[in-house]
Ligand binder design. Structure first.
Ligand code: NDP
Length: 248
């Protein structure tokens, strides 16, 4: 991560604004989640692994929304040091985090079958899709505990539901099924701290990953927003799309 001042969250946010961090927010659903959170008055830390893309996306969202408080923060979820640096910056700037959205993911491996899968691809997918969110949860748990209304959202997929699971996309599906398991464990372990931890499917969405034909990005992002903006008596340890429960 570069040490330029441009990538450092400015220290002051509106006193009532909730502080939200979105991973993989340079494009697709993460970028739109950032836009929608900013529209609702959150201070958004827009993150991604390419510092230039992060700065560009934050600038564009700010320009489009006028007063929206969107701040660039380079962060690669596969890199321990990058995640630790980002957590240190959020600690210094705000002393808490209200909303963590684990959105970044890779490798929708339609070309593979489980029975012939390249395990290097499976491992690589897990590094971003499972260990990334896990690394983030570990690093940011102290900041979430410091929030009065903490929310943690793991962006998953209905493809990971064991109930109806078939074959195909093995690296992606296994990583998201494990992410669902992580969601349940984190929800149980952070319940006493008031952190609402849920997994969300955005539906099939027309992004670079989803390809053409899916629903609009705004609809997929709204599904994520639902879990990010739950009331204090909202659910934890659940799996949702558009606010409705999905089977595990
Ligand atoms: P995209 O491929 O469009 O965007 C993925 C984002 O993640 C990009 O900003 C990418 O940045 C970022 N990213 C990748 N690796 C890392 C990393 N190591 N660190 C930080 N950021 C990273 O995906 P979508 O927007 O479609 O998907 C968003 C989420 O929704 C994912 O979790 C996906 O699994 C889930 N989902 C999507 C569906 C769909 O139909 N689109 C369906 C079900 C679930 P970069 O530009 O650097 O690559």
């Amino acid at each position: 991560m570069p040490s330029s001042a441009a990538s450092t969250p400015a220290p002051s946010a509106a006193p009532t604004a909730r502080i939200a961090l979105v991973t993989g927010a340079t494009r697709g659903i993460g970028r739109e989640v950032s836009r929608q959170l900013a529209e609702r008055g959150h201070t958004v830390l827009l993150t991604g692994r390419d510092p230039d893309a992060v700065r560009r996306a934050a600038d564009e969202l700010r320009a489009a929304a006028g007063t929206a408080d969107v701040r660039p923060l380079p962060l690669d979820v596969t890199d321990d040091r990058s995640v630790a640096r980002a957590a240190a910056r959020v600690t210094a700037a705000f002393g808490r985090l209200d909303v963590l959205i684990n959105n970044a993911a890779i490798t929708y491996d339609t070309w593979q079958r489980a029975v012939t899968a390249d395990l290097a691809v499976v491992r690589e997918a897990a590094e971003t899709n499972l260990y990334g969110p896990w690394r983030m949860a570990t690093a940011f748990a102290p900041l979430l505990r410091a929030s009065a209304h903490p929310r943690l959202v793991n962006v998953s997929s209905e493809a990971a539901a064991l109930t109806n699971m078939g074959g195909g996309t093995p690296a992606y599906t296994a990583s998201k099924a494990a992410l669902n398991a992580l969601t349940r464990m984190l929800a149980a372990e952070l319940r006493a701290d008031g952190v609402l931890v849920n997994a969300v499917c955005p539906g099939w969405v027309a992004t670079d990953m989803g390809g053409p034909g899916g629903r609009p990005v705004a609809a997929g992002a709204a599904s994520v927003l639902h879990a990010a903006t739950l009331p204090d008596d909202g659910p934890t340890g659940g799996f949702f799309r558009d606010g409705r429960p999905l089977p595990w």
